[in-house]
Design a protein around this ligand. Structure first.
Ligand code: SAM
Length: 351
């Protein structure tokens, strides 16, 4: 149980390794990361028996940037037939779990394996229930079985309140037909990730005000308008007409980096493709000058040292806001709908 197994977007294995090595060093958990490029997963192998458990206990999964899912455990080799008996034997030392997820990696092989997983799940669940390894209990750990092939599975566990909210960390959101662009799902996913569902009515309430920087054609503005939030959409490009008819949107043809609202707003959102350092400085200014209470900002990733550079920028924003005496919570995640980018969330705390 001393390996931490992590899913990620294919191509970001190195970032997961860098991030986990950084966190493990801070927590003084000895071990090393490993991954294969394009595999959509990485491991952090702890050299102490309880290392992976300590890493997970002392880290909130939601605070991680690049991992999409995690679990601690070990690989199990499976035979051609009677996989269930072999799995039950391998799980003998695992705690009784409260739920079960069968997962695959976000690769072409993974997609092919998902049909196998769907067929395998019912008989496996039945066998686990019968063996007393699985009970219906939301408080007990979740058993996460990631199939790398029909012959190899990572059998892991994670605390039910400290893992991805969707299987494989993939947000399955329905594209709203009326939204003017597919980008709309990025903002919706960000809200799911950064705002607990029970707080949506209070923090994304009708009548609130927002500025959308780099708004055209309006996918993000659509999400805000859908919650009856009044939006100033800043972009030199055209907004979708349907949105303009809603009566909730004012279009300003202006530069998003110099635009300032006349009155502070509840929300600032920004999806401009720009150098990450410039975008980070802009989000610091908005929060620092009290121009908004919360922000969702897309940060394009640099070409190299992507984890180190994002970390450096976030630390700089945090330090800059602290110098101004501001208390701000800062989150950052590579969402499922993000590509070569990550999404930041900032929220001013207190008055
Ligand atoms: N979020 C939008 C949506 O959901 O439809 C998509 C935004 S698109 C990725 C980026 C937009 O930023 C483009 O419409 C572009 O015109 C705008 N843009 C680029 N630089 C800008 C700047 N300096 N100020 C304002 N808008 C800018």
């Amino acid at each position: 149980m001393n390996t931490l197994f992590l899913h990620c977007r294919p191509g970001f294995e190195g970032e997961v390794c860098a991030e986990m090595a950084d966190i493990a060093a801070q927590l003084e958990v000895p071990g090393y990361p490993k991954s294969k490029p394009g595999s959509a997963c990485a491991e952090f192998v702890c050299s102490e028996a309880e290392g992976a458990e300590r890493l997970m206990r002392q880290t909130r999964f939601n605070r991680l940037i690049f991992p999409r899912q995690w679990a601690r455990g070990a690989f199990v080799s499976l035979p051609e037939s009677d996989r269930i008996s072999v799995l039950l034997e391998a799980l003998a030392d695992y705690p009784v779990c409260g739920s079960l997820w069968l997962e695959v990696l976000d690769t072409n092989e993974g997609k092919e394996l998902s049909t196998f997983c769907k067929k395998f799940e019912a008989p496996l669940r039945k066998a686990l229930l019968k063996a007393g390894k699985l009970v219906e209990d939301a408080k007990k750990p979740r058993l996460l079985l990631t199939f790398k092939s029909g012959r190899e599975v990572f059998a892991g566990i994670a605390e039910a309140d400290n893992l991805a909210m969707w299987p494989m960390g993939i947000a399955r959101l329905k594209f709203p037909r009326e939204a003017p662009s597919r980008s709309t799902l990025k903002l919706e996913e960000a809200w799911h990730h950064f705002i607990p569902r029970e707080q949506w009515d209070q923090r994304l309430a009708p009548g609130m005000t927002a500025v959308d920087l780099g708004a055209a054609p309006g996918g993000w503005t659509w999400q805000l308008v859908n919650r009856e939030i009044r939006v100033t959409a800043v972009d030199n490009g055209p907004m979708a007409e349907s949105l303009m008819y809603s009566g909730f949107v004012v279009h300003q043809r202006a530069d998003g980096f110099t635009f300032r609202p006349r009155h502070p707003v509840h929300w600032m959102v920004c999806d401009i493709v720009e150098k990450p350092a410039r975008t980070a400085a802009m989000m610091e200014a908005w929060l620092g000058e009290g121009l908004c209470r919360e922000a969702v900002v897309n940060l394009k990733l640099p070409m190299k040292q992507r984890y180190a550079e994002v970390r450096r920028l976030l630390d700089r924003v945090e330090a800059g806001l602290a110098e101004r005496g501001m208390k701000v919570s800062i989150g950052c995640k590579q969402l499922y709908h993000d590509r070569e980018e990550v999404t930041c969330h900032l929220r001013r705390l207190g008055k």
